[in-house]
Design a protein around this ligand. Structure first.
Ligand code: ATP
Ligand code: MG
Ligand code: MG
Ligand code: MG
Length: 469
């Protein structure tokens, strides 16, 4: 089954169960200042779950564009390292707004996976929220999943990859216990079942999360029951495509293989397994979809996340030996792959290409000097047995050569080094204080100046995400 057929089969299945097919919303959340980018299918229905908005339907299904880079759900650092994470991905979902609840949500998911997609049930594992006896009973008695493949999981606060069966969209907003479905890719792949100490491996891959929306979390962390218990589910299209196409990694599915082939052609890299190719294939999707939705590279907030993604991609191209703008030339392959499902890519293709090209031209002007500084310092660190890059140098790379901190960290991680983030932050704070002092001085001069009116230009700020999560 091709990826595009799977998307359609999902939507058709839920349409046949009385769900209205609703188009994906923009990656830029509308009217929600708490959110950096759309990170789940439920985002566009947040106010419906909260009871603040009514729709003409009580059941909906979507294929939602999501970006998880920056913000609460941030997978940027996983890209190129795990088989299952992207910055941009499509989340397939079905939603009940005060209509059906746990029993039906679980039954629909099982029917789609085992009867329509025909997955062997013995490959499927499920997790439930530790205290959710009701969900446990539905799986064990209603569906008949053997108890040894049902795992109870709590809300592992703070653990980086560890399963967490209490889903929250952000620090505030609708949330609730969830039950997740995992697919066992087989003993050839390292990793343990969900809830086990080696669950971080990629053998058991989480494919679908069914959230029982029951609470609204306020900014003090208090939970208030929602007017009507609801259902919100999310299944990663790329992950279910990997399962259905009989491959282990998302990057081996049809769509990614063609993007990787395009990246190989452009970079001249002939090693298909080179992680940088995965990063390029991933980042061209995130960057292009963000630009299509109106984000432009900049120094703050959403624009800075986009800039970081583009510069990271350029650096991976650089690593493969490319020395001139190339990234924008991946856009036609992406449009060929995804333009039919997402016509905004076709409509905005020339804007996407021009925006990327401009950003590339800028960064290709400084990357060479930045990389040579970094290489020199890495050689020194190796010679001295030093494991951590000085924060001042990371700041200089940022300030003078336009290397976002995470790009520098990405280079160092490949060589087994880390960065002194606190030192970087201190250097940044010092520079801001100096800029402020200089600003005050300049303001004073402007106020005292008695000639023709002058406009104070202010300073470009280099802040990261700011308040939004
Ligand atoms: P993981 O534990 O693998 O990081 P998650 O628990 O953070 O996933 P959810 O928030 O539950 O993911 O999102 C619902 C579904 O969306 C997941 O079950 C998965 O199929 C998919 N998904 C989540 N994050 C990504 C990603 N970065 N890239 C691709 N698919 C993803
Ligand atoms: Mg995650
Ligand atoms: Mg998870
Ligand atoms: Mg999950």
């Amino acid at each position: 089954m091709k990826t595009s057929d799977i998307r359609k089969a999902f939507l058709d299945f839920f349409a046949s169960k009385g769900h209205t097919i609703v188009p994906s919303s923009s990656l830029v959340p509308q009217g929600d200042p708490t959110l950096l980018f759309t990170n789940a299918g439920m985002n566009q229905f947040k106010n419906v779950f909260l009871g603040l908005e009514e729709r003409s339907y009580k059941r909906a299904t979507t294929a939602q564009k999501c970006v998880r880079a920056g913000g609460k759900h941030n997978d940027l650092e996983n890209v190129g390292y795990t088989a299952r994470h992207h910055t941009f991905f499509e989340m397939l979902g079905n939603f009940s707004f005060g209509d059906y609840f746990k029993r039906e949500a679980i039954a629909y998911a099982w029917e789609l996976l085992t009867e329509v997609f025909k997955l062997p049930p013995e490959r499927l594992w499920v997790t439930v929220y530790a205290e959710d006896d009701e969900a446990y009973r539905i799986w064990a008695e209603g569906i008949g999943v053997p108890r040894e493949r049902i795992v109870r999981i709590g809300d592992n606060k703070g653990a980086r990859y560890a399963s967490d069966n209490f889903w929250m969209m952000g620090d505030t907003g609708p949330c609730g216990p969830c039950t997740e479905i995992f697919y066992d890719h087989g003993p050839e792949v390292p990793g343990g079942p969900p809830g086990s100490p080696d669950e971080d491996g990629d053998r058991y891959i989480e494919i679908w999360n069914l959230v029982f929306m029951q609470y609204n979390r306020d900014d003090k962390g208090e939970m208030h029951p929602l007017p009507k218990p609801s259902v919100d589910t999310g299944m990663g299209l790329e992950r279910i495509a990997a399962v259905l196409q009989g491959v282990h990694s998302n990057y081996e599915i049809d769509l990614f293989q063609r993007l990787i082939a395009a990246a190989m052609e452009l970079t001249g890299c002939t090693d298909r397994d080179q992680p940088s190719l995965k990063v390029l294939a991933d980042h061209i999707r995130a960057a292009s979809f963000l630009i299509a939705d109106g984000v432009i590279p900049g120094n703050e907030g959403r624009g800075y996340v986009l800039r970081r993604i583009i510069r990271r991609a350029i650096r991976h191209g650089w690593k493969l030996g490319v020395r001139a703008p190339f990234f924008h030339r991946l856009v036609p392959a992406l449009v060929a792959e995804m333009g039919e499902a997402y016509p905004e890519l076709v409509a905005r293709q020339s804007v996407i290409e021009a925006t990327l090209r401009q950003e590339e031209e800028r960064f290709f002007g400084t990357i060479e000097h930045g990389m040579s500084l970094l290489e020199t310092v890495i050689a020194q660190m190796q010679a001295n047995g030093q494991g951590e890059l000085d924060g001042e140098i990371a700041f200089k790379l940022h300030d003078t050569y336009g290397f976002p901190l995470d790009l520098t960290a990405d280079v160092l991680r490949e060589r087994g080094f880390t960065v002194d983030v606190a030192g970087f932050d201190a250097a940044m704070a010092r520079q801001k204080a100096m800029a402020r002092a200089a600003g005050k001085f300049k303001m004073q001069a402007v106020l005292e100046y008695e000639g023709p009116t002058t406009r104070f230009e202010g300073y470009e700020t280099l802040e990261d995400e700011g308040e939004i999560v």
